[in-house]
Design a protein around this ligand. Sequence first.
Ligand code: DX5
Ligand code: ZN
Length: 239
Amino acid sequence: MARQVQLRDQNKGTGVIVAPSLLSADVLNIGCHTDKIIDSADWLHIDIMDGHYVPNLSYGPSLVKALRKRYTNALLDTHIMVEAAEDFIDLFAETGTDVLTVHYEAARHIHRAVQRIKSADLYAGVAINPGTCASLLTQVLPCLDLVLVMSVNPGFGGQSFIREALDNVRFLKRFRAEHNLNYVIEIDGGVGVGNIAEIVKAGVDAVVAGSAVYGAPDPARAVAALKEKANYHGTVQNI
Ligand code: DX5
Ligand code: ZN
């Protein structure tokens, strides 16, 4: 089965897709905090951590289910940082998430994992860490709806952007054009108003932003500010 609408078209207009990461939300008020950005954000990014693959623990599938119940029409973008990722696909397929992204480095059989995500009728994403070269993905890229380029080492919000991640973005952009593919290139970690223009210029379609959004006094304004910087200095300037 395949979703009818291309993931790249799942945004609220033109320009870069902004996906605030819940990891930086106030855990005692996740619902209220997320209500503030639900209209301005394109997607909701949910980071699941197992304490093994990454040195941190976060949420489980029940949070994704609760978000789906509260925001029926939101696009839920779930990023699982768990070992043996393929063992968790069925569990997350039941949550109502739209996108399920597994780590290339954490799947025993990445192609099998991607096939399983797609057969559950979800958009399939694969994430790569800053130390992984995107060229390792060439065999699976034709099957993917999304590639998540980590620009920090996974596990925590609020880290500094690792510039070499942009080499992976450029490779993925070039490969997509050469092979007439349609996956979304998403970047995750250390993105803010100070660097989003350069990141979008390198070829990113979607940005995850945790502390830059949920850490701001007015999260909705923070999303608007990211979009403004991205679209003016990135997309528009490229024309
Ligand atoms: C890190 C997570 C990110 C993180 C981003 O493992 O995947 O989504 O929350 O947070 P910032 O934007 O604060 O770097
Ligand atoms: Zn993430």
